[in-house]
Design a binder for this molecule. Structure first.
Ligand SMILES: *[C@@H]1O[C@H](CO)[C@@H](O)[C@H](O)[C@H]1NC(C)=O
Ligand SMILES: *[C@@H]1O[C@H](CO)[C@@H](O)[C@H](O)[C@H]1NC(C)=O
Ligand SMILES: *[C@@H]1O[C@H](CO)[C@@H](O)[C@H](O)[C@H]1NC(C)=O
Ligand SMILES: *[C@@H]1O[C@H](CO)[C@@H](O)[C@H](O)[C@H]1NC(C)=O
Ligand SMILES: *[C@@H]1O[C@H](CO)[C@@H](O)[C@H](O)[C@H]1NC(C)=O
Ligand SMILES: *[C@@H]1O[C@H](CO)[C@@H](O)[C@H](O)[C@H]1NC(C)=O
Ligand SMILES: *[C@@H]1O[C@H](CO)[C@@H](O)[C@H](O)[C@H]1NC(C)=O
Ligand SMILES: *[C@@H]1O[C@H](CO)[C@@H](O)[C@H](O)[C@H]1NC(C)=O
Length: 578
């Protein structure tokens, strides 16, 4: 078993052999001493060449920010910025601005008028030698030059939107404050956006909209993982250390595998995402995200926006509304939402547009009337009422902004949106399009082919065309789940040197193939290698890791099991054929 090709080991080798670090090290410095400064387009680079610190301008913006970015993993000259100092105090004219380490150990950014616009506020006077060092973990350290383990200030304690391996996500029990990750405002503006992630004192992570509205929680820490993030248990690529004492509570993660870059960040979409950089494909691969669906992010499409949960999670304005700022929408920030094209008349003259299969907005007000018509007139009678709904529960009215409307495939509510009379005549509502039903016979044939391809890919593990393909989250199945799904492992699809593949059906009717590992000798380590191999094979989307099962009792025969969804593309193949 020892000769099994461990994909990431291969990747590490690849990186070691082909990375071109040597040229960087000679020229760049990683340190600034007291009295020195960094100006213009000059940068410092961490010793191993992983990270770079300097001023940058995001996208087409004309503003300058001091930041740290991945040096080697730039895609088409677009730096992936992991930290920003002056996120809401941009510099307009870079030529006479500077980052300076003062003699008193304070690190400041001076603007054109030599006025400090950002400062570390460090007040150590006990030392007489200071230095600023950018580490290969992406941490910017302000420390005592003669006594390097004395750290006065570090960027890891002041994160922006990114949490790197080795940094703490921390709650301080003395100040009662948490270190937060806060999203950028839009793709060209790093100032604080609406979404944030923090660790709460009751030991769970929460995602919050606009500082108050919580929309996702990790569940409580159970000693091994957070209850709603069971996939942490696999320790697939990361190990975690969780500490909670009278001073602080924090979580920290490390990558097991050297030479693979990783970042965890809160995105403009309000989702938290974990990315990995694979040298083989030269791209950042999303490995994990929560909430899985962007539509589940609070306020994602803004007021009067509608999130399309049927197709691609895109935002659209409700009928009769237009983007409040088309520019923001185009920069990836629809959270400003939409405004009316035509103002309401605010008398009983206004009209309503019917929307079907809707997940209703938040914050309704119940009104006790006994018919749809009375519900409608209750809404018409108050100018700030923007929508109503009448169903078995009764009459619900919405005053003010409508947030979190989702378009569903089926089910949901029949919601009526209030608009000016002129908006109704212009376009009649269209029915929601359903995906085309797939042809069963074509599907079956394609299925057989896919199974063969999948088995072939498994056989050739770790050879070509790999990228991380684990979308959303992994499911930790129980042995019982999989036994039921596979009808007690009755339908065998194929078998190879390391185990057999079975057909199964998940409760949501997804067809899956399961691989049952046999003859396991190295327990957890081997399991991890196996899961990561399957998790990293991505062959025209045919193979996708859905989850895994790791029974607590490893009997000598069957020990491990992974479940893989290889049938997802069938409908696409057959509908394009028809
Ligand atoms: C840095 O700025 C100088 C002068 O402003 C310019 O000549 C040089 O080309 C720039 N270097 C890079 C790498 O952009
Ligand atoms: C420098 O910053 C100060 C304080 O924020 C501000 O008053 C001043 O106008 C800035 N100078 C320039 C040239 O922008
Ligand atoms: C330094 O102090 C100022 C004023 O209290 C504060 O606004 C700023 O955020 C502090 N800087 C840092 C890096 O904490
Ligand atoms: C966020 O909350 C503040 C008050 O805390 C409010 O003034 C602001 O309008 C809110 N932003 C949005 C987009 O709702
Ligand atoms: C996690 O891995 C890192 C790097 O290999 C190691 O230094 C650290 O001790 C490990 N932590 C735990 C909790 O296993
Ligand atoms: C945090 O500090 C308070 C006192 O301020 C203490 O009662 C509490 O037990 C501490 N929390 C932890 C987790 O130790
Ligand atoms: C908490 O902080 C105090 C004061 O800094 C220190 O003496 C103590 O050892 C710390 N406790 C833990 C568990 O680290
Ligand atoms: C309309 O509804 C709002 C919110 O319930 C309420 O504050 C307001 O007084 C109502 N206006 C009228 C004219 O009833």
């Amino acid at each position: 078993m020892g000769d099994k090709l461990f994909l990431l080991f291969f990747l590490s080798l690849f990186l070691l052999l082909f990375s071109s670090k040597t040229c960087l090290c000679s020229a760049a410095v990683d340190t600034i001493s007291a009295g020195q400064s960094l100006t213009g387009n000059r940068t410092i680079v961490s010793k191993g060449g992983d990270f770079e610190l300097g001023f940058f301008t995001p996208g087409k913006s004309l503003k300058h920010y001091l930041g740290i970015w991945f040096k080697e993993t730039q895609v088409q000259n677009k730096a992936v910025v992991v930290w920003v100092a002056n996120r809401d105090q941009p510099i307009i004219d870079l030529s006479s601005s500077e980052l300076k380490l003062l003699e008193n150990g304070n690190l400041v950014i001076l603007n054109e008028s030599k006025i400090p616009i950002w400062s570390t506020n460090s007040t150590s006077t006990a030392f007489n030698s200071f230095e600023l060092v950018l580490g290969d973990d992406g941490n910017l350290l302000l420390r005592d030059g003669l006594n390097p383990h004395v750290v006065i200030w570090q960027s890891f304690d002041h994160p922006t939107d990114t949490w790197l391996p080795g940094a703490k996500m921390r709650y301080d029990n003395h100040t009662k404050k948490a270190q937060k990750l806060v999203s950028w405002k839009n793709s060209e503006d790093p100032s604080p956006g609406l979404f944030s992630l923090e660790l709460k004192p009751d030991i769970e992570f929460v995602l919050t909209w606009n500082g108050s509205q919580q929309y996702w929680t990790s569940g409580a820490w159970d000693g091994e993982s957070f209850s709603l993030v069971p996939e942490m248990k696999t320790r697939l690529f990361y190990n975690y250390s969780f500490v909670s004492n009278e001073n602080e509570t924090y979580l920290r993660y490390y990558l097991y595998v050297k030479n693979v870059r990783s970042r965890f960040m809160i995105d403009l979409s309000g989702q938290i995402k974990q990315y990995m950089w694979l040298q083989a494909t030269k791209e950042w691969n999303q490995f994990w995200s929560k909430p899985i669906k962007p539509c589940d992010v609070y306020g994602y499409c803004g007021p009067f926006g509608r999130c399309n949960n049927v197709e691609d999670s895109s935002c659209q304005c409700l009928q009769g509304f237009k983007e409040k700022s088309l520019e923001d929408w185009n920069l990836g920030d629809p959270s400003g939402g939409c405004v009316r094209k035509t103002p309401l008349q605010c008398q009983a003259k206004d009209n309503f547009i019917q929307m079907l299969n809707i997940k209703s907005p938040v914050n309704s007000v119940q009104f006790s009337v006994d018919s749809s018509a009375n519900c409608q007139s209750a809404c018409l009678n108050n100018c700030s009422c923007n929508a109503y709904l009448y169903n078995s529960i009764g009459c619900s009215l919405w005053y003010g902004d409508l947030l979190n409307i989702q378009q569903l495939d089926n089910g949901g509510d029949e919601l009526y949106i209030r608009v000016a009379p002129s908006e109704v005549s212009s376009s009649k509502k269209k029915p929601v399009h359903r995906p085309v039903i797939v042809c069963a016979i074509a599907g079956t044939l394609a299925l057989l082919g896919l199974v063969l391809v999948a088995i072939w890919i498994w056989g050739r593990r770790g050879s070509v065309e790999m990228s991380i393909a684990v979308e959303g989250s992994l499911v930790a199945f129980t042995y019982k789940d999989l036994k039921i799904a596979s009808k007690n492992f009755s339908e065998i699809l194929g078998s190879g040197a390391f185990g057999s593949v079975f057909k199964g059906v998940l409760p949501d009717s997804t067809l899956i193939a399961m691989k049952k590992l046999e003859g396991i000798t190295q327990g957890e380590k081997q399991f991890r290698a196996e899961v990561s191999t399957i998790g990293t094979i991505h062959h025209v989307n045919l193979v996708r890791l859905r989850g895994f099962c790791y029974p607590s009792t490893l009997s000598n025969g069957i020990a491990l099991m992974v479940s893989t969804d290889i049938f997802r593309r069938i409908d696409i193949i057959s509908s394009s054929a028809s």
